[in-house]
Design a protein around this ligand. Structure first.
Ligand SMILES: Cc1ncc(COP(=O)(O)O)c(C=O)c1O
Length: 456
């Protein structure tokens, strides 16, 4: 019939670009969103699923009647299940247990088998969803591992479809492209296409606090990640599909701003979107506030609100997790720093002697000192490092550089005090950075003193 496509896979893509009129009205930039949540399988991963399956069929890796296996937080699963339905494959999906019930139920609705694994284990633990996936691939006859974290067909999907589509729709009038950082498919693939067309385009990645991308891009350090609620973005390892070199900027967002922005997108803009969309928009707004430029920013909105009704759109859940409180009674890192700032921020420098650093710790009665090289933080030195150095026969006049350690996490002044508990589980100290500039250092004893004051 005229006007019909031959199957649902041909209905993937050609999603509209919509201007935001309310949630970002205070910035000079014009902000637009590409509504990938309107794809038939529910997200931009439809594009990825089609490309991965086409590629596997071409290479003979996926044979008729075969089983597609994937570790997925849901959207890639939905896309793959949709392709499998049309082309006659079976699907098995492995998911971490923090994923919403709606995501699990919807994958089962597609006819997939879903295996749930614990979130709070290391990626190389045999119970982790990466390892369980590998085992299932080994044990299932005629299995194909879609492997979106390492399969080049993932970013390539965006290179051949999302990028060209965006370029055509905007007539090239795009200055900044913003996307959440998950496997990296979206940013690496779309970004590569857009930069080839117009090298001046800026690519901005949005990363949730708790993920390792931000710190890795800014300092090259691989920090221990900690858990957060927003789904689909942030990683606890570096996937092969993420090309970090192509990014011009990474912006960090916390769960509360992701979820409140998501609710605003639905209620003020009429866009029925999920949590990583709120994250991407909150990140883009921060970028626009900092740049102050009048330019065209396009943000990719990955998926819809339907899978998050019992979380982001449930006031009980939001309140329980502190996302609806006007003000957290424990305050933020900025409040803690204000109580500490009887002393100004003291730093040591690369090349300073152990002697000089000991003097600074004594003079200011502090137990740790950030060490800078130029205006870049290279790490911290603490009393215990100095002690170990001297007990081990180290010299008093030696430069401090070999003692600098990187067992710290970074947060922003806006981070909730409540979150620091998770951070201190894994790191000795916390460095506070405001837009990449060092704003303070927090130790466990600083936190204890602050909480004790609040209590008294
Ligand atoms: C809801 C959602 N948002 C964002 C992303 C991140 O996209 P990408 O994997 O292309 O980096 C994903 C990836 O799974 C996702 O499911």
């Amino acid at each position: 019939m005229k006007g019909a496509v031959s199957n649902v896979l041909e209905a993937v893509g050609h999603t509209p670009i919509v201007k935001l009129n309310h949630v970002a009205s205070h910035v000079s930039a014009s902000i637009y969103v590409k509504c990938e949540y309107l794809n038939p399988g529910g997200s931009m991963k439809d594009r990825v699923a089609i490309n991965i399956v086409n590629d596997a069929e071409e290479k003979g890796l996926l044979k008729p009647g075969g089983t597609i296996i994937e570790a997925t937080s849901g959207n890639t699963g939905a896309g793959l299940a949709m392709v499998a339905a049309v082309r006659g494959y079976q699907t098995v999906f492995v998911m971490p247990d923090k994923m919403s019930q709606e995501k699990v139920a919807s994958l089962r609705a597609w006819g997939a088998k879903v295996v749930i694994c614990p979130t709070a284990v290391e990626p190389d633990d045999p119970r982790s969803y990466y390892e369980v996936t590998k085992r299932l691939v080994r044990e299932t006859p005629n299995a194909f591992h879609a492997n979106q974290y390492y399969n080049p067909a993932n970013p390539e999907a965006h290179y051949v479809s999302t990028g060209p589509e965006l370029w055509e729709q905007t007539g090239g009038e795009i200055d900044v492209f913003v996307g959440g950082m998950g496997t990296g498919g979206t940013l690496s693939g779309t970004g590569r296409f857009l930069k080839e067309k117009k090298p001046a385009i800026k690519l901005v990645g949005v990363d949730p606090i708790g993920s390792l991308y931000y710190e890795y891009v800014k300092t090259g350090r691989l920090t221990k990640p900690f858990s957060y609620y927003v789904e689909g973005i942030g990683e606890d390892f570096l996937p092969g599909t993420m090309n970090l070199k192509i990014l011009d900027e990474v912006v960090r967002v916390d769960d509360k701003e992701c979820f409140l922005t998501t609710r605003d997108l639905v209620r003020k803009e009429g866009l029925f979107v999920g949590g990583s969309c709120g994250a991407a928009v909150a990140g883009a707004v921060k970028y626009a506030e900092a740049s102050g430029r009048a330019e065209n920013i396009v943000i990719l909105l990955p998926d819809g609100a339907g899978k998050y009704l019992s979380k982001i759109f449930d006031d009980g859940w939001m309140r329980e997790n502190g996302f609806l409180e006007e003000e957290d009674p424990l305050g933020t890192v900025a409040d803690l720093l204000r109580t500490k700032i009887k002393q100004k921020l003291i730093t040591g420098h690369s090349g300073d002697s152990v002697h000089k650093i000991v003097g600074l710790l004594k003079e200011y009665s502090i137990s740790q000192l950030p060490i800078m090289r130029g205006d870049r933080l290279i790490g911290l030195v603490s009393e215990i490092d100095l002690l170990n150095h001297l007990i081990g026969g180290g010299k008093y006049e030696e430069p401090i550089d070999n003692l600098v350690e990187s067992d710290y996490q970074t947060v922003t002044p806006q981070t909730k005090i409540k979150l620091l508990k998770n951070v201190f589980n894994d790191a000795k100290a916390i460095v506070v950075k405001q837009r990449d500039e060092l704003a303070g250092v927090i130790t466990k004893i600083d936190l204890i003193e602050y909480l004790a004051q609040k209590n008294s």
